[in-house]
Design a protein around this ligand. Structure first.
Ligand code: G3H
Ligand code: 13P
Ligand code: ZN
Length: 311
């Protein structure tokens, strides 16, 4: 099946009370793991590339890997730019075959965020590409940008209608307490997201697709495997899966997951190398990383997203 945009995916997800997983990809094994799991469960899926992924693997390689996944599966797959920092990177991805881009103007002033998001939406729509923008700031780490928890702000529900109308974007990423990375809460903190703010936003924007970033759950199983095999991940805490499932039943149509896959890949490789210190064929340890990533995506589709049999 050729690459698709997220328009149809989101319409079906909104009406069906589920969300589509947006998983970050950097290499072949991760692309294969995600798409094999989604294919087995007949689930639509979004593969997204960050600026860091483009720098690491080159856009041309990533596009071809995703095209290969489309050829070898039978599910709708969208290719999305994650956290586009400016118009230029969005344009490069639109021109390079992505079907969806995110313009992340969330660290700019409200008016500057509107201006850049509108510019991207106008360009993208002319080419049949859809656009996600962000209002409110998440804490955590994305590439070289580190936002401390104190500087993160929830999305203001009173701004969302004006923002969406003035930019013309197709979906909106909101800040309701999720954050990037593997350390989302401090030990002893109650790990929760503000579903009440989500509800207020849904009331203001009925029918409009909402996106949640920073939605890894930092599953203890994989943290333990890493630590049992020489790793040192202390106090890694994520978003409880049940809360994300609640959000997915509401207007949240896209849930972004990267850190959980990184943990799975690392767990598989560490476990393999500890058990077989004499191995030096990357196919052996990368295959074990891929197996855990696939298992994680499989579980996300069933436990968090509810997107199985929706392809
Ligand atoms: O939101 C950020 C994603 O986890 C991508 O991370 O920018 O380090 O590739 P990255
Ligand atoms: P996590 O770090 O929680 O996986 O979030 C990923 C993300 O939001 C990518 O845009
Ligand atoms: Zn993100």
């Amino acid at each position: 099946m050729p690459l698709v945009s997220t328009t149809e995916m989101f319409k079906k997800a909104y009406n069906g009370g589920y969300a589509v997983g947006a998983f970050n990809v950097n290499n072949m094994e991760i692309v294969q793991a995600i798409t094999e799991a989604a294919n087995e469960l007949h689930s639509p899926v979004i593969l997204q590339c960050s600026a860091g992924a483009r720098k690491y693997a080159q856009q041309a390689y990533l596009v071809k890997l995703v095209e290969a996944a489309c050829e070898t599966t039978d599910i709708p797959i969208a290719l999305h730019l994650d956290h586009g920092a400016d118009f230029e990177i969005c344009k490069e991805c639109i021109d390079g075959g992505f079907t969806s881009v995110m313009i992340d103007g969330s660290s700019k002033s409200y008016d500057d965020n509107i201006a850049v998001s509108k510019k991207v939406a106008d360009y993208a729509h002319d080419k049949g590409v859809v656009v996600e923008a962000e209002l409110g700031t998440l804490s955590g780490v994305e590439d070289d940008v580190k936002v401390s928890a104190e500087n993160a702000q929830y999305t203001d529900p009173d701004q969302v209608v004006d923002f969406v109308q003035r930019t013309g974007v197709d979906s909106l990423a909101i800040a309701i307490g999720t954050s990037h990375g593997a350390y989302k809460f401090k030990p002893g903190q109650d790990p929760h997201i503000r579903l009440d703010i989500l509800e207020e936003i849904v009331q203001k924007l009925p029918g409009f697709p909402i996106v949640l970033h920073g939605s890894s759950s930092v599953l203890p199983k994989y943290v333990k495997i890493i630590n049992d095999n020489g790793g040192a991940l202390k106090d890694a805490i994520g978003i409880p899966e049940e809360q994300l499932r609640e959000a997915a039943k509401s207007a949240v149509c896209k849930i972004n997951i990267d850190s959980d896959l990184r943990l799975g890949m690392t767990a598989g490789i560490r476990e393999h190398m500890f058990a077989h210190p004499d191995h030096f064929d990357p196919r052996q340890y990368c295959a074990d990383g891929r197996t855990y990533v696939k298992e994680i995506v499989h579980d996300k589709i069933l436990k968090v997203l509810g997107s199985d049999n929706k392809a």
